[in-house]
Design a protein around this ligand. Structure first.
Ligand code: SF4
Ligand code: SF4
Ligand code: SF4
Length: 254
């Protein structure tokens, strides 16, 4: 849109994928109802899923996926050098995500089991912030498309960026859901950051914690309640470790 005959400069965005399923990128690319408005505000210069352009002059880099190869480490560092703002997009990039399950096993055993004699390089999975400075993290598996667009618009316009600090239970109760813990499920809603509109409990499945920890999350109370409901420590820990999204909090717990 022109103002006084001048086209204002749009923020340039690059979207880059690493070890992941590309589901978070797909969320963005799929959003046809708001795509036109979104593209009026930004210029996408590099986004492999939607364009053949490979521009290197981006202001904001959205990083999807965790890091599990040496060439990914180098590519990530190069992107960091070019980007003014680097944002992690999705649970894999923010926490390691489901890929982190591999870190529980002997990597050499896994590689030989899956690939036989074929050589493949695979390192223990790391989150993006283990390697470069991250300016902003947008969690979710996948991310919420409306949340990403709102945050990008805020970044471009200089408005404050806020993620909910309260837990998924708040959104779940607002929706009038029956608590799935009362139906015998393990649900991490009490300790997980809201923002997904309680997607899993609304679908009658317990939260797996893909958005990481809510503010002041009380893991001891969660364990106590779930034990009272008859769940084993092993099952509770398995759920808490699924996305590697609570590793910092659980480490501090001792
Ligand atoms: S966070 Fe989930 S949806 Fe996004 S890339 Fe990782 S596995 Fe896929
Ligand atoms: S179903 Fe999960 S998110 Fe919903 S109220 Fe129960 S514990 Fe909280
Ligand atoms: S309910 Fe939990 S696992 Fe499901 S999308 Fe929300 S934060 Fe992620």
């Amino acid at each position: 849109m022109e103002y006084l005959g001048i086209e204002p400069k749009k923020a340039r965005i690059g979207v880059f994928d690493f070890t992941c399923c590309e589901g978070c990128e797909l969320q963005l690319a799929n959003k046809e109802d708001s795509l036109v408005d979104f593209l009026a505000l930004v210029e996408v210069v590099n986004f492999r899923e939607v364009s053949s352009d490979r521009g290197q002059d981006y202001d904001i880099a959205l990083i999807e996926g965790s890091i599990s190869r040496e060439d990914e480490v180098e590519r990530l560092k190069q992107i960091r050098e070019k980007a003014k703002i680097l944002v992690t997009l999705g649970t894999c990039a923010c926490f390691g995500g489901v890929n982190s399950i591999k870190n529980r096993f002997d990597i050499d055993d896994v590689v030989s089991e899956v690939y036989g004699k074929n050589k493949v390089e695979t390192l223990p999975v790391r989150k993006v912030s283990d390697i470069v400075k991250v300016d902003l993290a947008i969690p979710g598996c996948p991310v919420s498309k409306s949340e990403v667009e709102r945050i990008v618009v805020n970044l471009v316009t200089g408005a404050a960026v806020n993620l909910p600090k309260y837990p998924v239970c708040v959104e779940c109760k607002q929706k009038g859901n029956t608590c799935v813990v009362d139906l015998g499920e393990i649900c991490l809603g009490p300790v997980t950051r809201a923002g997904c509109d309680a997607a899993c409990p609304t679908g009658k499945t317990g939260c797996l914690g893909c958005r990481g920890a809510a503010e002041d999350a009380n893991f001891d109370s969660l364990r106590e309640i779930l034990r009272e409901k008859g769940h084993s420590d092993e099952a509770i820990d398995e759920r808490l470790r699924f996305y590697n999204a609570f590793s910092e909090e659980l480490k501090n717990e001792g």
